[in-house]
Design a protein around this ligand. Sequence first.
Ligand code: SF4
Length: 767
Amino acid sequence: MAAMTVTSPPERTAFRTCPLCEATCGLELTVVDDEVTRIRGDRLDVFSHGFVCPKGSTLRQLHADPDRLRRPLVRRDGELVEVGWEEAFAEVEALLGPVIAEHGRDAVGAYVGNPNAHNLAGLLYLKPLLKALGSRNVFSASTVDQRPKELACAWLYGTALTVAVPDLDRTDLLVVLGANPYASNGSLATAPDWPGRIEAMRARGGRLVVVDPRRSRTAEEADVHLAIRPGTDALLLAATITALARTGRIDPGAAGPHLRGLDSVLDALAPLTPEAVAADVGVDAAAIEALADELAAAPRAAVYGRIGTTTAEFGTLASWLVDVLNAVTGNLDVTGGAMFPKAVAGAANTRGEPGRGRATRIGRHRSRVSGRAETMGELPVACLAEEIDTDGPGRIRALITVAGNPVLSTPNAGRLDAALATLDAYVAVDCYLNETTRHADVVLPPPSPLEKDHFDLAFHQLAIRNTANWSPAVLEADPDQPAEWEVLARLALVLQGMGADADPAIVDDLVVGALLASAVGDPHGPVHGRDPDELRVALGDRRGPARLVDLLVRLGPYGDGFGARTDPVAPGVAPLSLDVLLEHPHGVDLGALEPRLPEILRTESGQVELDAAGFLDDLPRLLAAVGRPVPEAVLVGRRDLRSNNSWMHNIEVLVKGRPRCTLHVHPDDAARWGVVDGALVRVAARVGAVEVVGEVTDAVRPGVVSLPHGWGHDAAGARLGVAGARPGVNSNLLTDDAVVDEPSGNAVLNGIPVTVRAVEAVEAVVT
Ligand code: SF4
């Protein structure tokens, strides 16, 4: 009898950057027979060195999730049913065409969700899609939690993503406000393994100060924890600056010659002394003085503010004051301070004339109902529901969403949920039927993350070290599945009136053509005056994001400039192009951050405009807030390592175990309100109420309760089997769409006045 031959299934190893959060960790994937069998950290990744959090290894489960949509859905007789792609695009045309024809382009709104920042197709093809739409009613997740920072940076430095990030690996003192990087892995400051980097800082003698109303996981590690009252970061920052100023300790150092208006800023802040704001901030004036002392004494220090500072009533001012504090302590744009990354591609601060730009204007149009100002081409998402549910000319009657779940993530979510049900037409690009997309008439699913190329166009601009990493798709998509860029391009073509079957390559070629035209016209760029057709030929046969990334990298500060640069950009690394990146599957390390002032500036004055009118005009609002009455309780959010907004709640391994959607209540408050650990409590705010399990803990300060966001998976019609079994409650049923950070229009998600009572106590009152 012949011996039987046993062949092992073909096994291969693939490397890619994790697309789930801003940390951009490198992953090593084992693939057997086109199935991913294991994911772990890529120890050779030039930035993450093997670090990975519990979410990273679940890309495998995400890919295999039976609830993940693989074919388009179209609503027929009230039910969403699977159809082919041609039928789906025909339906898009049939739904949106008449709305535009009858009511105009503003009648179609668009919402762009946060996952697009992690997604090449979104970063590159949403712009042409929104241009084709031509509506003023464009909203995004940026006005949920980061527009104040973007606006502050635009006013200070000239472009929204010119963000000074903490030089984590070289600082001696890190002051963190409103951020919990041990759980979030960082935001608007890209660094794989924040915890390891903070621990390394402390091991070399550095110190960590955390400012947070909660004793977060990060605060637990701090040398000093200032448990301030929610929403008072701007007052604390102003008072710290004033404490330095009145003792003659203002020293901007090397950044000094590039700062405009420092004296007038210090004059304007002068009333906000530690003594004046201490009661509002909720800490002693001495603690604020001590913070000033520590910053003045540290050889190198970096102040970093995130969610708690930007989802607050004075978000833009707080974001401004973070950078003012870095500047007045000599820590702006210096080693170990707050520094500016130099991204390999796509950054506005590496294009055009170094050190010169245009003023950033807001309010070029306003929302119809509340009159809120446009910022960066978008209206505040807090206005979305009222723009749908308020009758009158210009009402939003149809909506396009691309990723995101605004029913869980935006303020007064109950109102938005109800408004979505009234739309004449709703087209969603999404891989899940979630609490938002369950309202859609058409759902167009993109490929899974493992079926897409990846490159961090956005996060290279925010990274604490200059690196570059291209990740090819790991798995082949189903032959019927269009690439995500093709889905967005076809949508754009439908909106342009070119028909449901127009070729998406038209959009791709237009985008390339526009970028080439701009590049050859830029006298400061590497291809000025060259023939765009010659450059187009040099890009070869690639199409879609790969061609665009190749183009942007080659035009960027480390690029080959289509032959203009020949010297290595790092030891053994030729000037960059996509081909060069493909030779480095673990990424390319381009070195630590270096001082970049003044070439990075794109302001009208060519200086850091500390005294921009937008800041000084808003300051009286902050001054008027001093001494206001304090509500009985205010609500803040909470981040968990296993959660990423609402995205990852359908992955069993991430949500199993003890419930995480609980209300944290301080023991003193629990006693006052009759709250018992583990029992239901009712939380009520101006716009809504929820019942949730209470968790009594001294991790929150008295008068503050905390509820994580992204939960509330109990909506009928959503298809999230795992999440639906552990729904939690939607914290945004409590947040208020009428209260925003005034300059940016950003939602206020922290510091919401609420009342809290045990459910039994509420029932006793009612009966
Ligand atoms: S920290 Fe972020 S990027 Fe890194 S593995 Fe986790 S989810 Fe992915």
